[in-house]
Design a protein around this ligand. Structure first.
Ligand code: HEM
Length: 191
């Protein structure tokens, strides 16, 4: 009889190829630790209300709103380049380079904004909008850390990275809607 040695495992990952649970658990735990640490800091640190400004801008809020908008702009490039890498959109061979660099820029631009939020305002819940903004602001950095760790992990199911990447993108969009978008609607699209 002709026996296919892989027949028993067809459609199912064999125990050797199945990723060790730690490959999921470590990123998940790091994500939770980062998000909770930021939330706790935002809660216990006394908000300073410190303002800063850049030449040409009218207020700290305007600077932050434009920086946040820049971060979302580069995040959209992230999404489009990811779709190219997964063959869902036609794209150039340098789509992975575009993906990496747009991600780096989006993150570098978002960090000073979040640092100001945490230091000057802290974790606030006085309105539903502000509650979601604070919560997702912390969650974002947790989910982002998990994505960075998953990138280095091999033998993970193919759907995991797009799902976590999509989550990071969606969360950044809601953070923007509950802050910069609100700011522009309230004070006008000013610099
Ligand atoms: C990717 C991360 C984040 C981005 C892009 C972001 C962006 C912004 C922007 C553009 C504003 C409006 C400008 C201003 O009033 O200063 C804002 C306000 C605020 N942020 Fe964030 N933020 C982030 C994370 C956080 C985190 C982690 C917290 C706290 C845990 C937080 C708490 C606040 C609060 C309390 C306000 C004032 C809300 C209001 O009354 O309008 N943010 N944020």
């Amino acid at each position: 009889m002709n026996v296919d040695p892989n027949a028993a495992t067809q459609g199912f990952p064999s125990p050797e190829s199945r990723p060790h649970p730690a490959r999921y658990l470590v990123p998940a735990l790091v994500a939770a630790a980062v998000a909770v640490a930021l939330g706790v800091y935002g809660k216990v640190h006394h908000p300073t209300g410190t303002a800063f400004n850049l030449a040409g801008f009218s207020s700290t809020g305007a600077v932050k709103s434009w920086l946040a908008t820049t971060a979302v702009f580069f995040a959209v490039i992230q999404l489009v380049s990811a779709l190219m890498m997964y063959g869902k959109l036609p794209g150039p061979g340098w789509a992975p380079v575009l993906h990496r660099w747009s991600g780096r820029v989006a993150f570098l631009v978002a960090v000073p904004v979040a640092v100001h939020c945490l230091y000057a305002f802290g974790y606030q819940t006085y309105e539903t909008r502000v509650l979601w903004h604070s919560l997702l602001g912390c969650f974002f950095f947790g989910a982002f850390s998990a994505k960075m760790l998953l990138l280095r992990s091999e033998r993970l199911p193919g759907w995991l990275l797009p799902v976590v990447g999509g989550l990071v993108f969606a969360v950044l969009t809601v953070i923007w809607l509950t802050s910069a978008f609100w700011f522009f609607r309230t004070f006008g699209v000013t610099t």
